[in-house]
Design a protein around this ligand. Structure first.
Ligand code: SME
Length: 162
């Protein structure tokens, strides 16, 4: 494994993600502990994108989501299925992009400075495993390009790592 993440801030968003996907695939190892892999995954994302104020996992225990490995400020420890952006993405099993969190009914403000968000559900063997949540202190920080590559990364996680 490599122990550092190379970031090219002059590259396009697509190019940055292509580089990140490659590096994450080198960094994570199936034989490592789940917490180890999820932790480094969040660090790699946070190191790559300045627009991310918080990135982390909420994992499903069979009835609710609970806080997993993350990078950023302390956060809510439990989220009900159907609540907030995370709970809604977990319920619908689809990615949700929120350009302005104040316009999302029921948004859970873990960090009052958060302005936009993207949540990607993680499905393993047809069952909900959890969600990946990214926050930003700017409006409109996440778009279809983020969705495409974050879904690719989560797909890699569920098929190869978790
Ligand atoms: N805003 C999320 C809660 C988690 S924090 O952003 C870390 C939500 O509405 O589900």
């Amino acid at each position: 494994m490599s122990d550092s993440i190379f970031v090219d801030n002059t590259a396009t968003l697509d190019e940055q993600y292509i580089l990140l996907v490659k590096q994450i695939k080198n960094l994570l190892e199936k034989k490592d502990n789940l917490i180890t892999n999820l932790s480094n995954f969040t660090a790699a994302l946070k190191q790559t994108f300045n627009k991310i104020s918080w990135v982390g996992f909420y994992l499903f225990d069979g009835s609710k989501l609970y806080l997993g490995p993350f990078q950023g400020k302390v956060a809510c420890t439990q989220i009900k299925i159907g609540s907030g952006v995370c709970g809604t993405a977990a319920q619908k099993l689809e990615t949700i992009i929120v350009p302005d969190v104040d316009k999302f009914p029921g948004h859970i403000a873990c960090d009052v400075e958060s302005r936009s968000e993207i949540v990607v559900p993680i499905i393993k063997q047809d069952k909900l495993f959890g969600v990946l949540d990214l926050d930003s202190t700017d409006y409109n920080s996440f778009n279809e390009t983020d969705k495409k590559y974050l879904e690719e990364l989560v797909d890699y996680l569920s098929k190869e790592i978790i």
